[in-house]
Design a protein around this ligand. Structure first.
Ligand SMILES: Cc1ncc(COP(=O)(O)O)c(C=O)c1O
Length: 388
């Protein structure tokens, strides 16, 4: 078989081997701690589970929904986007339900990029965005960020990366993998720059609800003059603990979503209908649920940060949001080799920083989404032992 050269040229992130080996060790009875996956262990809202259980007896739930999602859910999501993200949209033309944020981002990029187009990604980056662009023949261009600047991309660095071939900017705020949460002023300046240079902005707000400051981050689509340039991707994988249900949404300009719907139609057709029904029932409880989830995650973040500092490991930026802490390993050049040794000797699974593109080398990503606080202390002891 002859494969598409862009897909062939897209590197698989090096995440397969470590979890496979972790499984082997666990089967042998080894106490392996996994802080690699961006997963949460908080169960979904009860209303979701109950509604899905009931819905299974309804013959309609086994059928397709309209491609863009159930109309009642789209209306509810438009209210949710307005209340929680500040993003106003017309549920009929400017919002579609997707099978998770990833599918939404993929469809948006497919609708927007031509081969060789350049798209700016603050780096270290979420590797699926880079993989999507490469597989479409476009070019992910890193905008370097550094721990010294809190892993935030400066407007100057973004401006410097723009060429005549640049078409778009992807913002992930709060950020995977760095845990950075960009301040409102920075978001405003980045988006104004994008608008001025006629770039589209894909705002991946998968972690929007998981911020640890007093206020949620500013949604790019709310910035005056930006509405026609910005598409917002939302997810319920983390905030409502529904990763396995594949539920998210896109809110953006109607003409863009018309194109995205073609891709939706010839790929997933619609998000699974039982999940849509469950989400509709769960949205009224979302705020309560999210507050509990955020409190749990904030405690874990605080404990991880305290524990790392107590162990003399200070080379990280305190996460302002998301589920991740990005730890630089002083003196370690080969983060992949370190991760293998950490697993073999200390039985901890983390993600090597180099999986997250330029700037990730020599670091590791830890997730505090699914590990109780006392186990996080143990993770830190084991990492400290591996470093010394
Ligand atoms: C930045 C970012 N976007 C999208 C996703 C995927 O979200 P979903 O499960 O809604 O597809 C993730 C998951 O880790 C992520 O970190």
């Amino acid at each position: 078989m002859r494969f598409n050269s862009n897909v062939l040229g897209t590197a698989m992130p090096p995440l397969v081997e470590l979890p496979r080996r972790a499984g082997e060790l666990a089967e042998q009875g080894v106490d392996v701690i996994r802080v690699d996956q961006g997963a949460v262990d908080v169960p979904p809202p009860r209303a979701f589970v109950e509604r899905v259980a009931d819905a299974l007896r309804d013959p309609n739930v086994h059928r397709y929904s309209p491609d863009p999602g159930l109309p009642e859910l789209r209306s509810a999501l438009a209210r949710y986007a307005a209340q929680r993200l500040g993003v106003e949209c017309d549920p009929e033309r400017e919002l579609i339900v997707t099978a998770g944020a990833n599918q939404g981002c993929f469809a948006v990029m497919m609708a927007l990029v031509e081969p060789d187009d350049e798209v700016l990604l603050p780096s270290p980056w979420y590797f699926n965005h880079a993989m999507t662009l490469t597989s479409l023949g476009a070019v992910p261009v890193p905008v370097p960020t550094s721990g010294e600047e809190g892993f935030t991309p400066t407007p100057d660095a973004v401006a410097a990366a723009i060429t005549p071939r640049t078409r778009g900017l992807v913002l992930v705020n709060p950020n995977n993998p760095t845990g950075a949460c960009y301040g409102d002023d920075l978001v405003r300046r980045l988006v104004e720059l994008a608008v001025e240079r006629d770039l589209w902005v894909l705002s991946d707000q998968t972690y929007h609800e998981l911020h640890y400051g007093a206020e949620p981050p500013l949604s790019p689509a709310t910035i005056p003059g930006a509405r026609d340039h910005v598409v917002t991707a939302g997810s319920f994988s983390k905030s409502l603990g529904l990763a396995g249900w594949r539920l998210g949404f896109l809110a953006g300009p109607a003409d863009l979503l018309d194109e995205v719907l073609k891709i939706q139609d010839c790929s997933v057709i619609c998000a699974a209908r039982a999940g849509q029904e469950g989400l509709l029932a769960a949205l009224p409880e979302a705020e309560q649920h999210i507050t509990r989830m955020r409190d749990t995650l904030r405690d874990r973040r605080d404990r991880l940060v305290t524990s790392l500092r107590a162990a003399g490991l200070e080379t990280f930026v305190e996460p302002g949001g998301s589920l991740f802490l990005f730890l630089r390993l002083p003196g370690v050049a080969d983060d992949m080799a370190f991760c293998h040794r950490l697993l073999e000797e200390q039985h901890v699974v983390v993600v090597p920083g180099s999986a997250f593109g330029p700037g990730g080398e020599g670091s590791i990503r830890l997730s505090f989404g699914a590990t109780p606080t006392d186990r996080l202390d143990e993770v830190v002891h084991r990492i400290a032992d591996a470093i010394t």
